[in-house]
Design a protein around this ligand. Structure first.
Ligand code: PLP
Length: 250
């Protein structure tokens, strides 16, 4: 309990702090950052013999946290979403479904590929309207849904996944507002083909800028690593599939 919480009349803790004021970086985090600054090997591939880069260790830890087979660290949540769309082989001009209650970087990720956002209505509960999703999917022929769990509102994920399976639509989850949240015990980001997270300074985990992509699909993970700019150093990624995977050889 700290001064940002107060008990209300029912004895419940109420958050009374500022939603846009970051928590300070813990001392252990400051020490870890200083250790990296002191040795100077800031890039994920620039390591001493036998050393594993902090980025790689973070990817492994985050994969374990959400129970994903693979995790890739990226420059931002927006970069993670664009990388996920590319890994799913969305092409310029393709329609991509997305809930209309969202934030600019979500349709922005779609537009960054030259693809076209197809917006889906939201319900009174501020979650995606599944009936309208079906209408829009059939009308547009879109094969990918970029679903934003906006402001932490998660729809009935069982119903969404079974509808999308029936429609042949693959799901990318934007978990910028739901890192650590669960639907029926399953972490957000683990219902669709790919989960994307932001560690921008206002989000749950604060690295200034940054993002993650997680998936259990080896082929998608291999493509994402290459698309993120791994060039010939693919093997340095420990939360990525092995070299035999199609895509990792490219
Ligand atoms: C912040 C945010 C993003 C993008 O994350 P960045 O790391 O800033 O690119 C995507 N979706 C939502 C809902 C966000 O709030």
């Amino acid at each position: 309990m700290n001064e940002r919480f107060q008990s209300d009349m029912a004895g419940q803790d109420r958050f009374t702090g500022s939603f846009t004021q970051q928590e300070p970086i813990p001392e252990a985090g400051i020490e870890a950052a200083l250790a990296v600054l002191r040795h100077g090997r800031l890039h994920r591939y620039n390591t001493a013999p036998g050393e594993v880069a902090e980025t790689v260790l973070l990817e492994e830890e985050f994969a374990g946290y959400v129970g994903a087979a693979y995790c890739l660290g990226l420059a931002s949540g927006g970069a993670a979403m664009a990388c996920a769309l590319r890994a799913l082989q969305v092409q310029a001009g393709d329609p991509v479904l997305s809930n209309a209650f969202t934030l600019a970087p979500v349709p922005g990720a779609i537009a960054s590929l030259g693809a076209k956002p197809v917006f889906v209505d939201v319900t009174e509960d501020l979650t995606i309207d599944l009936a309208h999703l079906e209408v829009q999917a059939r009308a547009s022929g879109a094969k990918v849904l970029l679903l934003s769990h906006m402001r932490g509102h998660i729809c009935d994920m069982d119903a969404l996944v079974s509808l999308c399976d029936r429609l042949g639509v693959r799901v990318i989850e934007d978990c910028a507002h739901t890192m650590g949240a669960k639907w029926k015990g399953v972490p957000s980001g683990r219902h669709g083909a790919v989960g994307c997270y932001s560690t921008q300074t206002y989000k749950h985990m604060n690295s200034g800028e940054g993002g993650f992509l997680v998936t259990d699909d080896a082929e998608l993970a291999a493509r994402a690593v290459l698309l993120s700019g791994s060039y010939m150093l693919y093997a340095r990624h420990r939360a990525a599939p092995g070299r035999g995977v199609r895509g990792a050889e490219a």
